[in-house]
Design a protein around this ligand. Structure first.
Ligand SMILES: *Cc1c(COP(=O)(O)O)cnc(C)c1O
Length: 366
C-alpha cells in the first residue's frame, strides 16, 4: 500500500486550486515574448506596488539574514491606528489565504461544518477540507450570497461561515445592512469570516464599517489583504481583525514567522499611501467602464462587479479562453466555480483592457 493512499480521505479528495496561468508559462507554451502577454487573470493591481512600499521593501533587503518580527509589532500598530482597534485583535497572514486557513485550523475539525455560498471563493472549501470539516455549500441567489438561505443552512455542528464581500469570482456585493442583519440572527457560537479582499475598491456609496461591528459581534472576523488594491500579491501579506480571544487562538496555530520582513515593511508603507490606493481605485473604475461598455457593444452578458474584475458569459468559455491565450491574453476560466460558460477578466491598464477587448472582438467575430 502506498504511503499516499494512507493520507486521510478528506485530504485525498481535495480538488487542487486552479491559479491564473503565469505569464512565463504561456510564453514558454506559445513561444512568444513575455512582454507581449497581457495577464488579466488573478485580480492583481495593474499599477504594481506603490513607490513607498517598494522603497520600504528594498530597504529591508539588507536585513534578510535575520528572522522577521514574528509578532509583526510595527504593522499591527499601523493597522490598529488606522482602524482604531487594538493590536491584540489583529492576526497577520501570509496573504489572506493564510488567514482563512488559520480560521479554519482554529475552529474547524472532523465532525464540524463550514457554510459558504455556491460560486464563492475557492479557498473556503479548500481550507475547510484540509482540516477534515464538512462543507455546506448554499445555492447562490443571482450569483451572489443568499444570506437568508445561509443562515438557514447553519447546523448545530457549524463553527464557521465564510462570506466574501465583494465575492470572487462573481463580483457581487451585499449591502452592509444585509450583513449586519445576518450577524444579528446568527448564533454567537459560529465564527463569521467576512472576507473583504476587494473592499478598497468600493465606491463611497457602497461602503460599510464591518470593523465597527466588532464591538457588537465577538464572533465576527474581518479579513483583508495587501494583494489586490495595495498591489503586493507577490509578497504574500494579509490580516484580519477579530475579538482578541479569536486572534489569540489563530496566532497559536500560525507559523511563528509566517510573513517575511520584506512583506511586513512593504505592507506598513503601503497602508500609509492613501494616494496610491485612490489612484488604484480610480483606474479600476475607469477600466470597468471601458470593459463593460465593450461587453454591451458585443452583446455579452456580464455580472455587475464591485471588485477589480468582471465575469462575463461567452458560452464556449474553454474555447474562447484558448483563443485568447493564442493571442497572448490570459483571463480566468471559472468552470471550477460551477460556471463553465463564463470567464473572469481582471481590470488592467487602459491599453491592456483594449488588447483584451480587441482579441475578444476578433474571436467572437469568427
Ligand atoms: C484574492 C482573494 C483573497 C486574497 O488572497 P491573498 O492570499 O491575500 O493573496 C482572499 N479572498 C478573496 C475572495 C480573494 O479574491
Amino acid at each position: 500500500m502506498s504511503v499516499a493512499s494512507l493520507a486521510p480521505e478528506y485530504i485525498r479528495s481535495i480538488m487542487p486550486y486552479q491559479p491564473g496561468k503565469p505569464i512565463s508559462e504561456l510564453a514558454r507554451e506559445m513561444g512568444i515574448a513575455e512582454a507581449s502577454i497581457v495577464k488579466l487573470a488573478s485580480n492583481e493591481n495593474p499599477l504594481g506596488m506603490s513607490a513607498r512600499a517598494r522603497e520600504a521593501a528594498v530597504a529591508t533587503l539588507s536585513d534578510t539574514a535575520r528572522y522577521p518580527d514574528g509578532g509583526a509589532f510595527a504593522l499591527k500598530a499601523a493597522i490598529a491606528r488606522k482602524f482604531d482597534v487594538r493590536s491584540e485583535q489583529i492576526v497577520i497572514g501570509n496573504g489572506s489565504n493564510d488567514i482563512l486557513e488559520l480560521a479554519a485550523g482554529a475552529f474547524l475539525a472532523p465532525g464540524r461544518s463550514a457554510v459558504f455560498s455556491q460560486h464563492a471563493f475557492a479557498v473556503y472549501p479548500l481550507a475547510s477540507n484540509a482540516v477534515g470539516a464538512t462543507c455546506i455549500e448554499v445555492p447562490a441567489k443571482d450569483f451572489g450570497h443568499d444570506l437568508e438561505a445561509m443562515a438557514a443552512a447553519i447546523r448545530p455542528d457549524t463553527r464557521v461561515v465564510f462570506i466574501a464581500n465583494p465575492n470572487n469570482p462573481t463580483g457581487t456585493l451585499l449591502a452592509g445592512a444585509e450583513i449586519e442583519f445576518f450577524l444579528e440572527r446568527v448564533s454567537s457560537d459560529v465564527l463569521v469570516v467576512l472576507d473583504e479582499a476587494y473592499t478598497e475598491y468600493l465606491a463611497p456609496g457602497q461602503r460599510y464599517d464591518a470593523i465597527g461591528w466588532l464591538k457588537r459581534f465577538p464572533n465576527l472576523l474581518v479579513s483583508r489583504t495587501f494583494s489586490k488594491a495595495y498591489g503586493l500579491a507577490g509578497l504574500r501579506v494579509g490580516y484580519c481583525i477579530a475579538h482578541p480571544e479569536v486572534a489569540d487562538l489563530m496566532n497559536r496555530v500560525r507559523q511563528p514567522f509566517n510573513v517575511s520582513s520584506i512583506a511586513l515593511a512593504a505592507a506598513e508603507a503601503a497602508l500609509a499611501d492613501d494616494e496610491f490606493l485612490a489612484q488604484s481605485a480610480e483606474i479600476n473604475r475607469r477600466g470597468m467602464v471601458q470593459i463593460t461598455a465593450a461587453f454591451a457593444d458585443l452583446g455579452l452578458t456580464w455580472i455587475p462587479s464591485a471588485g477589480n474584475f468582471v465575469t462575463f458569459r461567452v458560452g464556449d468559455a474553454a474555447g474562447v479562453n484558448q483563443a485568447l491565450l493564442r493571442q497572448g491574453v490570459i483571463v480566468r476560466p471559472i468552470a471550477g466555480y460551477g460556471m463553465p460558460e463564463w470567464l473572469r477578466v481582471s481590470i488592467g491598464l487602459p491599453e491592456e483592457n483594449a488588447r483584451f477587448i480587441e482579441a475578444l472582438r476578433q474571436i467572437l467575430a469568427n
